[in-house]
Ligand binder design. Structure first.
Ligand code: BGC
Length: 379
């Protein structure tokens, strides 16, 4: 999977209790944060899956594909790995709105919260199958469960669109080989990692290398280690630096599970341990970058002056930080494009048009120069 263990002499400074080191990360295990999680939709059958509530509004300006008159009667089941995830909240809200704009009835769209538990989500998928949904859109809790999920959904004759958490190559190859109505919609996380590395590298060594050791000393805060987005962002952010000729020094690399509170703790500990040697903080997403920023503030450090911080997603709060200079940059993870492509793919299955087995999209690098523009778009 990854690992970039550079020439780090961790043993000299290691404080046993916390750490990890870059080839030996620890995993924080605190419970996932609870945030909002309002959610769209009402369910056709399985009430326990639904949070009820909000009516979806149609998204403006989107052309509905031909044949949409038939969509009003089609039932769509959507499984989200965890409602409290900030990014997936943006994604599912846009997905719901866009499905309605295409002609689906809000009453026929059910969105379930897997609560970050694969067994819970598997039960929800079983319920959707029993309820006879016409198409499933699934953000798996564990990508490694995709084979089992695919088998049961295909056996039930239901087309399947995976989103956000990409199943592995072998699994995707099965869809192709068997000509199943199964696809994946998502962006290539290698690109987001590369953009993160470039955001840092573009600053130049003189700017970043505050301790004057000739290297970029960084800490890495990773998302869920099973998730390919976390793996690739971790690997490619550092690769972009080494490809550009920088020497890098990984002080610590730890798992924050995409969560703000876990990242805050990790970065607070790392700043306590490595002090001013921490020059860069890479976070696999913006929620964790916001947690990192809290720790950086608490330690009396200043982003843009003595430390540099990047995330991914382009959450509004992160964009505001990029604009004000309290984050170095982020990468827009285009939830509009991804949710629209997922809905369009569902329609293509329902109309018989079919889909490729992989539907991609592009990330966008965000600096102070374009952050306002992206903020205007996402708000
Ligand atoms: C996003 C994260 C999110 C994760 C969920 C990633 O693509 O960047 O913010 O937590 O997806 O799987």
């Amino acid at each position: 999977m990854k690992k970039k263990a550079i020439s780090v002499i961790l043993s000299l400074t290691m404080v046993a209790a916390m750490v990890a080191g870059c080839g030996n990360k620890t995993e924080e295990t605190s419970a996932p944060q609870e945030t909002e999680a309002e959610a769209p939709a009402e369910t056709p059958a399985e009430a326990e899956d639904t949070t009820g509530g909000e009516e979806a509004d149609a998204t403006e300006g989107e052309a509905a594909p031909a044949g949409n008159a038939d969509l009003a009667d089609k039932k769509v089941g959507v499984c989200i790995y965890q409602f409290s995830d900030n990014f997936m909240t943006l994604f599912r809200t846009e997905l719901q709105n866009y499905l309605v704009s295409l002609g689906f009835s809000a009453d026929n769209i059910t969105i379930s919260d897997g609560a970050n538990d694969q067994a819970t989500q598997t039960g929800q998928i079983d319920n959707f199958i029993t309820a006879g949904v016409d198409v499933l859109i699934i953000n798996p809790v564990n990508s490694s469960s995709a084979e089992t999920i695919t088998d049961k959904v295909v056996a039930a004759g239901i087309p399947l669109v995976y989103i956000n958490r990409e199943p592995d190559e072998d699994e995707e190859a099965r869809w192709e080989e068997n000509n199943w109505d199964v696809t994946y919609v998502g962006c290539d996380a290698r690109q987001s990692g590369t953009f993160q590395g470039e955001l840092i590298g573009d600053l130049g060594l003189e700017t970043i290398d505050k301790n004057g050791n000739g290297k970029i000393d960084y800490i890495m805060v990773e998302g869920d280690p099973e998730n390919i987005d976390a793996q690739y962002r971790t690997e490619f952010s550092v690769k972009a630096l080494t490809d550009a000729g920088f020497e890098v020094n990984c002080l610590t690399d730890q798992v924050g599970n995409w969560a703000q509170d876990q990242a805050q703790q990790i970065v607070a500990n790392a700043l306590g341990q490595y002090g001013n040697d921490v020059e860069v903080v890479f976070c696999n997403n913006d929620a964790m970058a916001l947690g990192a920023l809290q720790a950086i503030d608490a330690a009396g450090r200043k982003v843009g002056e003595d430390i540099y911080l990047v995330g991914v997603d382009a959450l509004s709060e992160a964009l505001e930080n990029v604009i004000s200079g309290t984050m170095t940059g982020t990468v827009f993870n285009d939830h509009f494009s991804q949710s629209h492509s997922a809905a369009d793919a569902a329609v293509n299955y329902l109309t018989g048009a079919g889909n490729d087995h992989y539907i991609g999209c592009d990330y966008v690098k965000v600096t102070q120069d374009n952050a306002q523009e992206i903020l205007d778009m996402v708000q």
